[in-house]
Design a protein around this ligand. Structure first.
Ligand SMILES: CCCCCCCC(=O)SCCNC(=O)CCNC(=O)[C@H](O)C(C)(C)COP(=O)(O)OP(=O)(O)OC[C@H]1O[C@@H](n2cnc3c(N)ncnc32)[C@H](O)[C@@H]1OP(=O)(O)O
Length: 252
């Protein structure tokens, strides 16, 4: 299993190998039952936050939830990393906390147009391309901070994720090294939010992006971020997804 020390490089290397061999399943093949489970757990979390039932009903619900956890633990993965291919050929990590389809803790973040994974990643002879990435999200009471507004950390998560995807779409992805969020107004929950981001430029290994969250057409938060890929990730990324086999898989 990959430890923190290897920067996830082992996991990515294995994923890229499987990607090139066409061995990564499609997002569309994720069973409905898996998606349904995630939605129900999200509903459960929201119901838990909103509930006003007494201790006896809570105790009964706790029993049921324990039983559900027991059922799910009957078979587990060694690594909580599940890669899948989107219809646009991008690799998605389904259990990540930013938008992971199989992670009920992730906000319901839906990309309007999921950008392709840039196959020219880290090819110094190819200019990164700035793509506007747009996502929709509706936070719930489970994401609240002060009364009536979303928690600042959740707002930062949305921005981190969408800005990160914008650098991937540009072909210069990395890990978040810095995220500067300006909270301009309350970000509400239970209403549609729009999150927009775009890669702006690179300085050496550093890849910069900006983005904002809008509610009812007004900016509630904006961010700038710097993403950095460690050298071993850069060489992995540029070697594997650009291989002819991987490009064929992307276009299939
Ligand atoms: C597709 C889905 C999108 C997902 C988006 C979500 C992304 C995430 O959540 S990533 C997870 C959270 N982030 C992390 O775990 C990152 C933890 N940090 C690290 O792994 C490392 O510090 C890492 C990889 C960022 C940089 O390490 P390393 O490669 O050793 O960089 P290092 O040699 O220290 O610095 C490289 C350059 O960047 C600069 N730099 C480093 N940190 C920063 C920073 N925070 N801000 C600005 N510049 C920085 C350095 O000054 C140096 O600049 P120069 O080359 O001009 O001297």
């Amino acid at each position: 299993m990959a430890g923190p020390a290897d920067n996830g490089a082992t996991v990515f290397a294995a994923a890229f190998e499987r990607f090139a061999e066409g061995g990564i399943p499609e997002v569309a093949d994720v069973p409905d039952a898996s998606l349904d489970l995630v939605e129900r757990i999200r509903d459960l979390v929201e119901a838990t936050v909103r509930t006003d039932v007494g201790p006896e009903v809570r105790a009964e619900a706790a029993e049921l939830v324990s039983r559900a956890a027991e059922l799910l633990r009957a078979a587990t993965h060694d690594q909580v990393v599940r890669f899948a291919r989107t219809s646009e050929g991008r690799i998605d990590q389904l259990t990540q906390a930013g938008s992971g389809l199989l992670n009920p803790q992730a906000p319901r973040l839906v990309f309007r147009e999921t950008p392709e994974m840039a196959t020219q990643a880290f090819d110094d002879s190819v200019e990164p391309r700035s793509v506007e990435v747009v996502a929709d999200c509706r936070l719930t009471a489970a994401h609240s901070g002060p009364p009536g507004r979303a928690h600042g950390g959740v707002v930062a998560t949305l921005l981190d994720h969408v800005l990160g995807l914008a650098t991937s779409a540009a072909g210069v992805p990395g890990f978040t090294a810095g995220l500067d969020v300006r909270y301009r107004a309350a970000t509400p929950y239970d209403v549609p939010l729009e999150i927009r981001a775009r890669w702006t430029h690179c300085e050496g290994r550093k890849s910069f992006a900006t983005g904002e969250i809008l509610a009812d057409g007004k900016v509630t938060a904006e961010a700038t971020a710097v993403f950095i890929a460690p050298p071993e990730m850069r060489s992995l990324w540029s070697r594997n997804p650009r291989s002819a086999a991987a490009e064929d898989t992307v276009r299939a």
